[in-house]
Design a binder for this molecule. Structure first.
Ligand code: 5GP
Ligand code: ZN
Length: 133
């Protein structure tokens, strides 16, 4: 399969790997937003996290949480976690992954999105609630 993250997992192409266990691997993003921007990736190829089977996702989440503790200790207590799901949400690599992006006190908060918000109105809220019925 022509998947860049599978190639990293299989050690066919290099990456700066910072953590690895049976289910997961974490390596430096090749285009970091901040120093220490890491991708946390399931070793099994799933296009998105929601495709992951339940048993695997339990193991994956366990190692994710373990890694977050390491990350907090070694890199930064403050960080953003981002998952881009689907091309319209900015997903470019179609092997599920979680971005962990440190935010540093001395550098100030680096805004990752222009949230461009609007005030929620009743009509919009009802329309969305209806979809969940
Ligand atoms: P996405 O937009 O799919 O959530 O993010 C994919 C991320 O993977 C991007 O931040 C991009 O810089 C990173 N990336 C793409 N190709 C490689 C690669 O070959 N090596 C590493 N380390 N990161 C990559
Ligand atoms: Zn893959």
């Amino acid at each position: 399969m022509d998947c860049v993250f599978c190639k990293i997992i299989n050690k066919e192409i290099p990456a700066y790997i910072v953590y690895e266990d049976e289910y997961s691997i974490a390596f430096l993003d090749i285009n970091p937003i901040n120093k220490g921007h890491i991708l946390f990736v399931p070793k099994k190829h799933y296009e998105r996290l929601s495709n992951m089977d339940l048993e695997y996702s339990k193991k994956f989440y366990e190692s994710f949480q373990k890694f977050l503790k390491i990350f907090e200790e070694k890199i930064s207590k403050d960080y953003n976690i981002i998952v881009n799901n689907g091309k319209n949400a900015g997903q470019a690599v179609f092997h599920a992954h979680i971005h962990i992006i440190p935010q540093y006190e001395n550098e100030g908060y680096k805004k990752l999105f222009n949230w461009n918000t609007h005030k929620l109105n009743e009509e919009e809220a009802k329309e969305i609630l209806e979809k969940f019925k």
